[in-house]
Design a protein around this ligand. Structure first.
Ligand code: APR
Length: 311
């Protein structure tokens, strides 16, 4: 393949993302993990599935970063996932150290890569990667909105018994309890869901979306969701690799957009070869803007925790 994507963290999200990237024949894949043998074993296993899945993507696993050199994209999933009863924010001290070290290595070997951060707490980990890489803001982004929107879309399709392909949804804000699903901009075949569902039902779906990650953690008991998170990261990577210029909700570094300054937040962006090519500004109602501000305050608080960890 003429494109190369490195996935750091060969656990549940990372290995699933590697599988999807290869099976969609988007790129060659380098899978990196600190555990000896695991990335090599998973890459080999995936390579042995290739004749059956009919793709020619090359996959290799490694414990060091040399094989990742000159990647077009690096997806960072390294870190620990949460367990039942934990919030994403409880992971901050462990994952901040991991994401910082990983990003430094990644940036050294792939100085022109686009970084897609998946490790949680997502918005705070984007700040860590942004600082550790020194990359421009268009090349550092977080995967959250695509996942949260996909969850909202899945719940809308279940509720109305329609094809998921007919659904479209927007979820903005931080990747946590304060995320901001936007029913006015969420549609089925172009029809806003506010025309199709009662306020009570919409509120219930919004609530399930905001707690979608916790619902899976509670069921799995030993880790967090990974099929949908991997799909979401790969949709972002595909738009960048193919320069599709899809508009997707992603965590982006804002400098005044939506009235937010110097913070990573989930907003609609255009994704192409250059990473984030544009932040799309949509008109929000007073209530929606207030919810986004509350979400920004929660992210700001976590960034404050990061600063304390550094001192
Ligand atoms: N360098 C490389 N890999 C690392 C490092 C490191 N410094 N530290 C941990 N890892 C690896 C672990 O060895 C493990 O294989 O990261 C992998 C994480 O995989 P899982 O434990 O299966 O976790 P996963 O479900 O994939 O979630 C990863 O994504 O969605 C978020 O909240 C989630 O922060 C978590 C991350």
């Amino acid at each position: 393949m003429d494109k190369k994507v490195t996935v750091v963290g060969a656990g549940n999200v990372g290995a699933t993302a590697a599988q999807r990237l290869a099976e969609k024949e988007l790129c060659d894949v380098v899978l990196i993990d600190i555990i000896k043998g695991v990335p090599q074993g998973k890459a080999l296993d995936l390579s042995e599935a290739a004749p059956i899945e009919k793709h020619d993507a090359h996959l290799i696993g490694a414990n060091g970063y040399e094989p990742s050199a000159d990647s077009d994209i690096v997806i960072i999933t390294a870190g620990i996932p949460r367990k039942p009863g934990m919030s994403r924010d409880d992971l901050i001290s462990t994952n901040a150290g991991i994401v910082k070290n990983v990003t430094r290595e990644v940036a050294r070997y792939s100085p022109d890569a686009v970084l897609i951060i998946v490790s949680n707490p997502l918005d705070a980990m984007c700040h860590v990667a942004f600082e550790a890489s020194g990359f421009p803001k268009n090349r550092v982004m977080g995967m959250a909105g695509v996942l949260d929107s996909a969850r909202f879309r899945a719940f809308i399709a279940m509720e109305l018994n329609v094809s998921v392909e007919n659904t479209h949804a927007f979820v903005l804000g931080g990747h946590g309890d304060t995320m901001v699903p936007l029913p006015r901009y969420s549609t089925v075949a172009g029809i806003p869901i506010t025309e199709l569902l009662s306020k009570d039902r919409i509120d219930a779906l919004v609530d399930r979306t905001a707690n979608g990650g916790a619902e899976i953690v509670k069921l799995l008991k030993t880790g967090s969701a990974y099929y949908a998170p991997a799909s979401a990261a790969v949709e972002m990577a595909e738009s960048i690799l193919k320069d599709k210029k899809k508009i997707l909700p992603c965590a982006a570094y804002l400098e005044g957009e939506y009235g937010i300054q110097g913070l990573f937040m989930g907003v609609p962006v255009k994704l192409g070869n250059n990473g984030i090519e544009e932040v799309i500004q949509i008109r929000l109602s007073e209530d929606e803007q207030a919810a986004l501000n509350r979400s920004a305050a929660a992210v700001q608080e976590l960034v404050g925790v990061l600063k304390k960890l550094q001192t």
